[in-house]
Ligand binder design. Structure first.
Ligand code: PML
Length: 257
C-alpha cells in the first residue's frame, strides 16, 4: 500500500458467517463497512474483528475482511437524511405507520405490503437488501438470499458522527451506520423509499426512509426475533444493473451533522 498519500482512502469491509445445521449451511451473521485513511486501517480491522466475534446471534465461523484502496477524487459527499423518531405501543401500529409513510413517498399500497411481508417471511438473515418495484411490488434484484449489499461508505466526519450518536442517546453505532447506508441509497436516481429492521434479537427499532427523511420506528419486531432485513423501493423504469453497481461500488461519505 502507498504510504502518506492523502489523496487515497481505504475501504475496509467485514463479513462474518456461521455454520448451521448438519450440512454446515452458511448463515450471514454480520457485516460492516468503513472508509478511512491509511493510518486508521489497522485499528478499524481490529474493531471489526472484535465486532464479528461478539455478535449477539453467535460466534462467527468465518470472518472475511477486504481492504481496497480508493481514489479520494471518486468519493461523493452525500447529505444525511433528516432523522425523525416515533414510538408505538406495539408492532402492528409501528408497521401501520411504516406503510402510511411508504405510501406518502409514492410506493403503492400493494408494494409497501409486499415489502413488509418479504422481511417478515424471511427464514434467516440475508446478506444484502431486496429491491422492489414501487408500483407493482415485484422483486427486481436477483431473486436469491444474497440480495444487494451497499458498500464503500462511511460518515464524512467521525467526530460529528459520535456527537450525533450522543445527542440521540445511542451507545451502539447501529443508527449512524444505518443512516449512512440509507442516505447513500436515497441519493441514487429513481430511488423512492426504504424499509428496514435489524436481525439483532435485542434490537427492535427499525426505520423507513425517503429521499428526505429517515424515520425511526419502534418496535418494528418482537424482542428476541432474529428476523430482520431491508427492502428498497424503486421507480419501475430503474436501470437495475446501474443501481446495483452504484450501491456496491461507488464510494460515498455521508455528511452527518
Ligand atoms: C441493521 O442492523 O442493518 C438495521 C439497523 C436499524 C437501525 C435503526 C435505528 O436505530 O435507527
Amino acid at each position: 500500500m502507498d504510504k502518506g498519500l492523502s489523496s487515497v482512502l481505504f475501504s475496509v469491509r467485514m463479513r462474518a458467517t456461521m455454520k448451521i445445521g448438519n450440512n454446515g449451511e452458511e448463515l450471514h451473521l454480520s457485516g460492516c463497512e468503513r472508509l478511512v485513511t491509511e493510518n486508521q486501517v489497522l485499528e478499524v480491522v481490529q474493531n471489526l474483528l472484535k465486532r464479528a466475534e461478539e455478535h449477539t446471534r453467535g460466534r462467527a465461523d468465518m470472518v472475511n475482511i477486504q481492504i481496497e484502496k480508493i481514489d479520494k477524487s471518486n468519493v461523493r459527499i452525500v447529505p444525511a437524511l433528516t432523522v425523525q423518531s416515533r414510538e408505538f405501543p406495539n408492532v402492528s401500529q409501528a408497521h401501520a405507520d411504516a406503510i402510511a409513510f411508504l405510501i406518502e413517498t409514492g410506493v403503492s399500497e400493494t408494494a409497501a405490503r409486499k415489502g413488509l411481508e418479504a422481511i417478515e417471511q424471511l427464514k434467516t438473515s440475508m446478506r444484502g437488501a431486496m429491491i422492489y418495484d414501487a408500483a407493482s411490488g415485484n422483486r427486481l434484484d436477483r431473486l436469491d438470499m444474497r440480495g444487494v449489499r451497499l458498500s464503500h461508505m462511511d460518515c464524512k466526519d467521525k467526530n460529528a458522527c459520535l456527537e450525533f450518536l450522543k445527542r440521540n442517546n445511542m451507545k451502539s453505532t447501529k443508527l449512524s451506520e444505518a443512516l449512512v447506508l440509507a442516505s447513500k441509497a436515497a441519493s441514487v436516481e429513481n430511488y423512492v423509499a426504504e424499509l428496514c429492521w435489524s436481525d439483532d434479537p435485542n434490537y427492535t427499532t427499525g426505520y423507513v426512509a425517503s429521499k428526505k427523511f429517515y424515520r425511526r420506528l419502534s418496535p418494528m419486531k418482537h424482542l428476541e426475533s432474529p428476523i430482520g432485513g431491508r427492502v428498497f423501493f424503486f421507480k419501475p423504469n430503474v436501470d437495475i444493473k446501474a443501481t446495483i453497481d452504484f450501491f456496491e461500488k461507488e464510494p460515498a461519505l455521508v455528511d452527518i451533522k
